[in-house]
Design a protein around this ligand. Structure first.
Ligand code: FMN
Length: 317
């Protein structure tokens, strides 16, 4: 097999609890990226980031930390922090599309600011020995932005550039722009990773066929919607294991119990799991009905009953 599958980070979803359970019950992911570290006003690594990156809770998986910033001091601070934990690589997020982020010149709003990208990479490479990789969109307004940024990125030993083949201004709307991604392949000197809308074995194969030189594929939302996806891609099959729903149930109960012990009170755990079911429901036979049933479950007892009913129904279909 000449390709690797990577878990593209989703803030609020692909934390250590999810990653470990995904790895244990389904497998298929070669490397996980942690959701980004971000600062508010103070240069302090929040407790939730610290707990998530703690090597002791990530022993069985390959994990790469990520940062989202447009500030060189912050960048260096995070490099030193992740190095103190033993990590060798830091991924830099130039992809986030949300206006609160892009308006302050971060995420995909930073792609057009090649002077600042240059400044930050220059400091990172002259002041530290960390390995840097990038995660970008094609641009915020136009895909000419990423092509321009390559001229700067070419100066540095960037390990790879993962590209979510959309523009920032699209948010998650519209399709991925495969022609623009091809243009990136044509001009890039660095290794590119493909990211965007891999939600099935067929979709993966279509991307692999269209971009034969690409050896790394990142799966974001598709991994949460169907945690079996990477192992099925690797086995080159559309066939789920016979005990599909038993495995899913064990996975579900594992993350539920861990979140329940970390969150206090019935509302936070309900909201947490509802967020997951927005994705999980997509790989059931009746997504809207499933999501509604979870939404209506107003206490833990009703929630468990709803999950029991959903699983029983899926097994019958
Ligand atoms: C709720 C949510 C949170 C996300 N958080 C991050 C993040 O922390 N870091 C990052 O690089 N990308 C983040 N992304 C983007 C995904 O990693 C991915 O690039 C994007 O969803 C496209 O890939 P997909 O079509 O396979 O999901 C997030 C996306 C969503 C929907």
């Amino acid at each position: 097999m000449s390709y690797r599958l990577l878990s593209s980070p989703l803030q609020g979803f692909t934390d250590a609890t999810f990653r470990n359970a995904q790895q244990k019950y389904f497998g298929g992911i070669d490397t996980f990226y942690a959701p980004y570290i971000r600062f508010n006003r103070k240069m302090i690594i929040k407790g939730s980031y610290q707990r998530d990156l703690n090597p002791e809770v990530n022993t069985s998986l390959n994990l790469i930390p990520q940062v989202m910033t447009a500030d060189a001091d912050h960048f260096i601070f995070v490099i030193k922090y992740i190095q103190s934990l033993g990590y060798k690589e830091l991924n830099w997020n130039l992809g986030c599309p949300y206006p609160m982020v892009t308006k302050s010149g971060m995420g995909s709003g930073l792609i057009c600011n090649t002077t600042q990208i240059d400044h930050i990479l220059d400091r990172a490479h002259s002041e530290t020995d960390v390995t840097i990789s990038m995660k970008m969109r094609l641009g915020y307004e136009s895909s000419s932005e990423i092509v321009e940024s390559f001229k700067i990125l070419d100066k540095y030993p960037i390990k790879n550039i993962a590209i979510h083949a959309r523009l920032g201004k699209q948010l998650y709307k519209g399709g991925v722009d495969l022609e623009a991604f091809q243009k990136c392949i044509d001009v890039a000197k660095h290794t590119l990773y493909y990211n965007g809308d891999i939600t099935s074995v067929a979709q993966f194969k279509a991307m692999q066929e269209r971009f034969p030189s690409i050896e790394h594929f990142m799966i974001g939302r598709g991994l949460i919607a169907d945690p079996f996806l990477p192992s099925m891609i690797k086995a080159d099959t559309n066939q789920y294991p016979e005990n599909r729903w038993e495995i899913f149930r064990e996975f579900h109960d594992t993350i539920y119990q861990q979140y329940d012990s970390m969150l206090s009170g019935p509302t936070p755990i309900k909201m947490k799991m509802l967020g997951f079911w927005e994705f999980f429901s997509q790989s059931t036979h009746n997504p809207q009905k499933v999501y509604k049933a979870i939404k209506k479950a107003t206490n833990p007892f009703k929630y468990t009953r709803a999950v029991n009913e959903i699983i029983a129904l899926q097994k019958k279909q």
